[in-house]
Design a protein around this ligand. Structure first.
Ligand SMILES: [Zn+2]
Length: 343
C-alpha cells in the first residue's frame, strides 16, 4: 500500500478534485468557477436521464456469454461520470454513485429495475463525482454496505467533503454534509467500511476483485475492480473514454508518469477484457494507449501554447469528439500551466 506524500509536495494531499471543483481556488483564481460548482451542484441533474441506459440496453450491459452476472451502466450527465451495477438478478454490487442525490436516486432505480437487492456500494476513490450520490442510494437501500478499498480512500472522501463544506459547495446538497454533534441530520461518513479483504462476492457466487495498490495518479488513492467471470475491468478514473481526462489540481507530472505506467501495465494485464472506464462508455484495452497519448499531447500542447485559451482550443481540435471541454479540459490546462518548470 502506498503511503501518501512520497511524491507530491502539494499541500492538498487528501483533497485533489475531480470533475467538479476542488481546491483549485486555493491556487488559481478563475472567475465563475465557484458559480459553476454551485450551479452544477444544485441544478444539473433534475432533467430526464437522456444518456442513461435505464432499461439496460445491450450496448451498455455486457454480460459474458453464459455468465450468471450482468453489468448495467448508469451514465450520469454531471461530469459524464459512470456508476455501474454488477448483479445476478438477486444480489447487486454498485460501483460508484454519481455526483448528486438526483442521479444517485436514478442509480437506485436502475438497480430496482434489475430485480436485485444491492448488498454493497463500492466507492472507488475520494472524488465527489463518484461518491456524492451515495446518500440517495443509502436512502433507497438502507441495508446496503458502503465500502472502500482502503482507509486512505475513506480519509480522502471525508477530507474532500470537509473542504467542500468550508467552500459552501454542499449547500445544494446539505444532506451530504458530515453528520456531527451540531449537524445531526448530516451524512454519517463513519459508516463507510474499509474492506477487510480485496474482494466482494455476489450472493450467486460472482467474485469482484478489488485492487488499490496504485501510486498516486488521477487521484491520490484509487481502486479498480475486475470480474473474471464477466471478462470485465472497472478502471475507475484510471481510464476515460471520449471524455477529457482530469489532469487538474493535484495531478502533478509525477502523478502523470505514475498513471501512464499503470496504463502501460494494464495493456497487457487486461488484454482481451472489456474496459469500463470512470467516464465515458465501455471500450477495449486500446483506451489505455489512447489515454497515455492524450496525457503526452496535453503536456505538449500546454508547453507550446501561448495561452490557456489557445491550449484548450488546440486540445479540442485534436480531440473533437471528447466531452467536458469547459470543465475537465479547462481545469487541466490551467493546472498544467502552473506545473511548467515546477520540477
Ligand atoms: Zn471522476
Amino acid at each position: 500500500m502506498y503511503n501518501q506524500g512520497h511524491h507530491d509536495p502539494a499541500p492538498i494531499r487528501a483533497i485533489s478534485p475531480d470533475s467538479l471543483g476542488g481546491p483549485m481556488l486555493k491556487y488559481i483564481a478563475i472567475p465563475g468557477l465557484f458559480a459553476l460548482g454551485l450551479s452544477l451542484g444544485c441544478g444539473g441533474s433534475q432533467s430526464s436521464p437522456a444518456q442513461t441506459d435505464s432499461q439496460g440496453h445491450p450496448d451498455e450491459s455486457a454480460p459474458a456469454d453464459g455468465g450468471k452476472a450482468k453489468i448495467e451502466r448508469y451514465a450520469a450527465k454531471e461530469a459524464d461520470v459512470n456508476a455501474y451495477i454488477v448483479h445476478d438478478g438477486r444480489d447487486a454490487i454498485i460501483v460508484d454513485s454519481t455526483r448528486s442525490a438526483a442521479e444517485g436516486a436514478e442509480v437506485a432505480a436502475l438497480v430496482a429495475a434489475t430485480g436485485a437487492i444491492p448488498s454493497a456500494l463500492l466507492i472507488t476513490h475520494g472524488h465527489p463525482d463518484h461518491y456524492l450520490g451515495m446518500g440517495a442510494i443509502k436512502q433507497a437501500y438502507p441495508d446496503i454496505a458502503i465500502v472502500v478499498a482502503s482507509q486512505d480512500i475513506k480519509a480522502d472522501i471525508i477530507g474532500f467533503t470537509a473542504w467542500m463544506e468550508e467552500q459552501g459547495w454542499l449547500e445544494a446538497q446539505p444532506q451530504m454534509k458530515r453528520k456531527t454533534a451540531t449537524n445531526p441530520s448530516g451524512f454519517d461518513y463513519e459508516q463507510i467500511a474499509v474492506l477487510s479483504q480485496p474482494k466482494l462476492t455476489l450472493a450467486g457466487g460472482t467474485e469482484l476483485t478489488v485492487r488499490s495498490d496504485y501510486l498516486p495518479s488521477e487521484a491520490e488513492h484509487m481502486s479498480t475492480v475486475h470480474v473474471d467471470e464477466l471478462n470485465a475491468v472497472f478502471t475507475s478514473d484510471l481510464s476515460y473514454n471520449g471524455v477529457h481526462l482530469w489532469l487538474g489540481v493535484g495531478v502533478t507530472h509525477q502523478h502523470i508518469e505514475n498513471w501512464k505506467g499503470i496504463l502501460h501495465q494494464f495493456e497487457s494485464e487486461f488484454a482481451g477484457m472489456t474496459i469500463y472506464p470512470g467516464h465515458g462508455p465501455p471500450t477495449d484495452t486500446s483506451v489505455f494507449a489512447t489515454n497515455e497519448a492524450y496525457m503526452d499531447d496535453l503536456l505538449t500542447v500546454v508547453a507550446e501554447a501561448d495561452s490557456a485559451e489557445a491550449a484548450v482550443a488546440e486540445m479540442a481540435r485534436r480531440y473533437p469528439d471528447y466531452k467536458n471541454v469547459d470543465f475537465l479540459l479547462a481545469m487541466s490546462v490551467e493546472f498544467q500551466r502552473t506545473q511548467l518548470g515546477a520540477e
